[in-house]
Design a binder for this molecule. Structure first.
Ligand code: ADP
Ligand code: MG
Length: 250
């Protein structure tokens, strides 16, 4: 990881709060005449679960993609603070950003984007094989993740033989098998009924913040947001509300 050298200093976290793992500073992103992000600042603390809500077109997906190094902002910084090093994600070259996405970040999308020709086990193992882990070791870890997420016995099923909720659990396992520190989810329950959605959210939270990792989840669903420790509302590329949910663990 490249140590961050040229950025604005970050404010120290108050002593009773964990430090920020991701900090957006002055993020601006436009698509031609559309300003998707209009100078956005956000600190996400290690171990926090943050729901990102707001009207369609408000910039939620763009924010997630900038934080995760999928999209480069036109201006501003995304500072990742991990293991004592600070990295400006937006300032990394393509190769380093893509390495970061594979090793440090995990992604869950609305449709799991699993590979239909592969089994559940192979879909998860592939994330590790991309990091150079041999097939045997990758499949061993993948099986452990599937078991932990309640999919023991379904390792050999192909995507078409899984329910929507099961497929999302495979996607959650794939997002985390490489030991991601931050998991980004974009409407992960958007295609599920409410009962399945609650189950998938519980599993997503338990497997991320439940083990000290960080979750950033874009959602339209109040029930999903209520399960998160904090909700950030975006409108027109700005944060218009940032609130802690009472009674949640993290
Ligand atoms: P949300 O996820 O909140 O619905 P987005 O971040 O997807 O919002 O989009 C914010 C704005 O940027 C919208 O007006 C959208 O149309 C525009 N936008 C997003 N991605 C692109 C793109 N790749 N090309 C052109 N416009 C885009
Ligand atoms: Mg979106």
């Amino acid at each position: 990881m490249t140590p961050f050298q040229h950025g604005r200093p970050l404010p120290a976290a108050p002593a009773h709060l964990p430090p920020a793992v991701l900090s957006a500073r002055g993020l601006v992103k436009s698509y031609e005449a559309t300003r998707a992000l209009a100078g956005l600042d956000l600190d996400i603390r290690a171990g926090e679960s943050v729901a990102v809500m707001g009207p369609s077109g408000g910039g939620k997906t763009t924010l997630l993609h900038c934080l995760a190094g999928i999209v480069t902002p036109d201006a501003g910084q995304v500072l990742l603070q991990l293991d004592g090093a600070t990295t400006d994600v937006a300032g990394l070259d393509d190769r380093r950003r893509s390495a970061l996405r594979r090793s440090t970040f995990g992604f869950v999308f609305q449709q799991g984007l699993l590979i239909p020709e592969l089994t559940a086990l192979e879909n998860v193992a592939v994330a590790l094989m991309l990091l150079g882990v041999d097939r045997r070791g990758a499949e061993h870890s993948a099986a452990q993740w599937l078991g932990a997420l309640g999919l023991g016995g379904m390792e050999d099923r192909r995507v078409g033989q899984l329910s929507g909720g099961q497929a999302q659990r495979v996607a959650i396992a794939r997002a985390q098998v490489s030991g991601a520190s931050v998991v980004f989810a974009d409407e992960p329950t958007g295609a599920l009924d409410s009962g399945t959605s609650a189950e998938v959210m519980d599993i997503l939270l338990r497997s991320t913040t439940g083990t000290g990792r960080t979750l950033v989840v874009v959602t339209h669903d109040d029930d999903v947001a209520r399960r998160c420790a904090r909700t950030v509302h975006l409108r027109d590329g700005r944060i218009v509300r940032d609130s802690l949910c009472p009674g949640t663990a993290a």
